[in-house]
Ligand binder design. Structure first.
Ligand code: ADP
Ligand code: 5GP
Length: 202
């Protein structure tokens, strides 16, 4: 069986990564989401082992020492990481994987996995990004401010990605990312590479 493709999907917090990724996998049997480890507190709607492996900082640092992570990063005062276990088995079973991660982790994967493809989701505007982050209702004001303060630096990272897709209308965004995934699977990427190329002004 051919090994699967890892698709790295990044965006500033609040853009809609989780929403887009969950919608993508719900209609694609060959696509799975990699479950990361984090030291962040579990949100009420989240489940351990499904949304994240929620661990203490001590446990996370032990995993770093054991070289268990393909990549890891500190983000907004918490640690996040993709374990090698989370991706190796599904990929060798021929499943494609979505890695929904922030930009420092994406840069590490770029150096370590030649087979990975990189898709950046752009918010329609900074005002809409702020509205979504506040509207989600999962984070304190302090956390929201901290996340918003990182947006401009995160947006600059789009230059290192293969594709950029604006998440304005959700259905349109999901269907654009689907097109990219299908083109990568088929090995016929010329058209999608030009349609979803990185905007010159980024
Ligand atoms: P991220 O994972 O990038 O932090 P989420 O997927 O949690 O973002 O989305 C943040 C909020 O924005 C959620 O309340 C979600 O329902 C909403 N959202 C996501 N995509 C869209 C969209 N295209 N239009 C309007 N709201 C959206
Ligand atoms: P959240 O706390 O909103 O779930 O995630 C915060 C940020 O961490 C998001 O940008 C999310 O994509 C990112 N993230 C989630 N898992 C990982 C991971 O395994 N590695 C890295 N580097 N970032 C992650």
């Amino acid at each position: 069986m051919c090994p699967g493709i890892p698709f790295v999907i990044s965006a500033p917090s609040g853009t809609g990564k989780t929403t887009v990724c969950k919608t993508l996998v719900s209609s694609d049997d060959k696509l799975m989401i990699s479950v990361s480890h984090t030291t962040r507190k579990r949100r009420p709607n989240e489940q351990d082992g499904r949304d994240y492996h929620f661990v203490s900082e001590h446990e996370f640092r032990m995993l770093i020492e054991d070289r268990a992570f393909l990549e890891w990063a500190e983000y907004s005062a918490n640690l996040y990481g993709t374990s090698c276990d989370a991706i190796d088995a599904p990929l060798s079973d021929g499943c494609d994987l979505v890695l929904e991660i922030e930009v420092q982790g994406a840069a590490q994967i770029k150096n370590r996995r030649q087979d990975a493809r990189f898709i950046f989701l752009l918010p329609p505007s900074t005002e809409e990004l702020e509205r979504r982050l506040r509207g989600r209702g999962t984070d304190s004001l302090e956390v929201i401010e901290r996340r918003l303060a990182m947006t401009q630096r995160e947006l600059k990272a789009v230059r290192g990605f293969d594709y950029a897709v604006v998440n304005d209308d959700l259905a349109t965004c999901v269907s654009s990312v689907k097109e990219i995934i299908e083109a990568e699977r088929a090995g016929a990427t010329n058209e999608v590479r030009s349609r979803y190329s990185i905007p010159k002004d980024c």
